[in-house]
Each structure stands twice: as structure tokens, then as C-alpha cells.
Design a binder for this molecule. Sequence first.
Ligand SMILES: NC(=O)c1ccc[n+]([C@@H]2O[C@H](COP(=O)([O-])OP(=O)(O)OC[C@H]3O[C@@H](n4cnc5c(N)ncnc54)[C@H](O)[C@@H]3O)[C@@H](O)[C@H]2O)c1
Length: 360
Amino acid sequence: MRILVTGGAGFIGSALIRHLIQNTEHDVLNVDKLTHAGNLESLSGIAINTRYELVQADICDQARISAVLERFEPHAIMHLATESDGDHVTDGPGDFVQTNVVGTYSLLEATRSYWQNRPEAERKAFRFHHISTDEVYGDLRGHDEPFNEATPYAPGSPHAASKAASDHLVRAWHRTYGLPVVVTHSSNNYGPFHFPDRLIPLTILNALEGKPLPGHGDGLHVQDWLYVDDHVRALLKVVTEGAVGETYTIGGRNGQKNLDVARHICDLLEELAPTRPTGIAHFSDLITHVADRPDQDRRYAIDTGKIEKELGWTPVETLESGLRKTVQWYLDNPDWCRRVQDGSYRGERLGFTDHKDLIA
Ligand SMILES: NC(=O)c1ccc[n+]([C@@H]2O[C@H](COP(=O)([O-])OP(=O)(O)OC[C@H]3O[C@@H](n4cnc5c(N)ncnc54)[C@H](O)[C@@H]3O)[C@@H](O)[C@H]2O)c1
């Protein structure tokens, strides 16, 4: 297959592309605007593979995306480009609306005109895979049942609302124009190449530097942690075997309080880190509590019954095995982390302008 991935320089997109190039025979075209969240260094291991191509473009640029589609002739589009939530954008909901809503609309329109002109057999086999989040369901309280494909939408933040809007657009393009779409909602991902401003990498890197460890509020928020490579395997199942028009929720079956995740990371560092920071007897002594962002939801949990039953997917990693791999990766890759932390990963892009594919 020829697969066009949007947002392939991001955390999950880069894991998906590494997997596609290393473990399948598909051709991959990565369309990425390379915002603050895009890091080509996460793709350096596969960048010169002849089955991989990069086009630096904004999904809001419909004419450009249309030209890319006509040239590459994809069999599937996996749409991961997003403006993610995070401390750096809590004041800027306009960014969410622009990329997540306007960008998804623009991509859908470019896709529709490309798809409508394909031969009948290709039209049937084509897939537009929209990768979304469980945040669109809001949060759970007490003993509420986990989210599943039928859970009503209740987004609680500007970011979640923009993702919800993009989901509605995708489903409307299926109902109105017949575009063959599949939609997935996953819980919080973690794993290698995750930016150090996110909870798990931040905890690992702060601990190694002897800095206080963020607990978020009372540390009792529960997240359903999904190892990124498990998510990638689920996405491939859905894009190749998922039923048109269907939605699948994806989680790690790893509901854990943030505080327990921090404790777990500290235990792993006791075992795996070569040294402790000066003056620190135990990594867990660094655990503190910080104020929540006002829109932070309280509990997330995902029912993965449908994707398990219909597509035969289950997560491979437990939180123990996934965190162990993650902690080890951050210990082994201090240069990648440093270049994200000091911003130099963005300068590296200059090195990629010579890459034949960036000129496309
Ligand atoms: N990270 C998670 O834990 C998580 C959980 C559930 C769902 N998701 C969903 O998975 C998808 C990918 O998330 P991620 O964490 O990898 O995101 P990310 O923020 O790490 O990466 C986003 C990528 O999109 C690119 N991008 C941003 N705006 C663009 C535009 N206008 N045109 C083209 N490219 C653009 C960025 O340069 C970046 O490479 C998103 O849809 C997200 O909602 C993520």
C-alpha cells in the first residue's frame, strides 16, 4: 500500500512511520508542517529509506495537499496532524480550531476530490483513518463505566472540543459523500521519543537531574496508559481490517494514578540509572504535588472489547514492561532529549532541506 500519514514527525506519527518502514512493505509519505511538536530527529533512523518521503506542508493548504495526493496516489490516509494540548498552548484555543477543525475540513475536501476520481475498485478499498482521542468523552467519576464507542461526547476543554468537531466532520463526510472512513479514539500514550514536557518523560528527566517530580494535584488522577507501539499496532489493524464507517476505542488496560506512575518510575530508576543526583537518597524523595490546569479531567478508562473481538488486537505491554522500556530509552538517548529541551531540534531541519523529498 501507499500510505499518506499526516503529522508523521510527531510523537505517535513518528512511531507509526518507523513501524511502517521497519516492519511492513508499505510506502509512506509524511505530510507535516513541522510545528513545535514536529521533530525530524525522531525519524532519522528511517529518513533515507527509499520507501519513505517527507513533504513539509500545512494540512490547511488544500491546493498543496491536493497536488500531493494526485502525485502520490495513496491507498490510505492516516490523519494524525494535530495541535496538541499542553502547557504551551493553554492560552491559544485558536490554534486548536485552525489545525484540528479547519485543517481536518481542508484535508477531507482534498481527499474527497482525489477519491471521487479514482477507479471504482480503488474507491472501495480506500481508507481515511482519523486518529482521535478519548478526551472527546470528557472524564469519568467514581465508578462510571469505561468509555466505549457508544459513549456520548462531552468534551471539557477547548482542545477536546476541537477534536470532537473534527470527528463529527469525518463522520459527516462518510454519511454525506460515502468517503470510506474509520475513526479511532485512544487513551494517553507514552513511550520513546515523547517530548520531555509530557508527564512520563518529564518525571524521568527531572528525577535524573534531582528536580522535583510533578504529581498533578493530589496525584490521584487516573489515566489509562497506552504504550505507543501498542497503539501503532492497533492503528495498522484498523486501517487494514477495520470496517468502513466504524469507530474503535483503544486503551492500554493500564489505569493508574499519576502518583503511582511516578513511584513506579522512581523504582525503575533505582534499578536502571547508573547514578543518583547528588544529595538524593531515593528518587521517590523528589515526588511533589503541583496545581492542576483548570481543564484537567479526573479519570480516563477505555473499554477495548470491540477492537479485541472484531480485529483481534490486544496491548502487548503492561505498564511495568512499557515503563521499563521507556525509562531505559530515556537513559540511552540523552542527546535526543537535550536537543528537544534546548530547542536545537528545530535547527536540525536545515539539514533536511537537502533531502530530495522535502523539495516535493
Ligand atoms: N499523545 C497522546 O497521548 C494521544 C492520545 C490520544 C490521541 N492522540 C491523537 O493522536 C494524534 C497524534 O498525536 P501526537 O501526540 O503524536 O501529536 P504531536 O503533537 O506529537 O504531533 C503532531 C504533529 O502534527 C504536525 N502538525 C501540526 N499542525 C499541522 C498542520 N497544520 N499541518 C500538518 N502538520 C501539522 C506537527 O508538526 C507534529 O509533527 C492526534 O490526533 C492526537 O489527538 C494522541
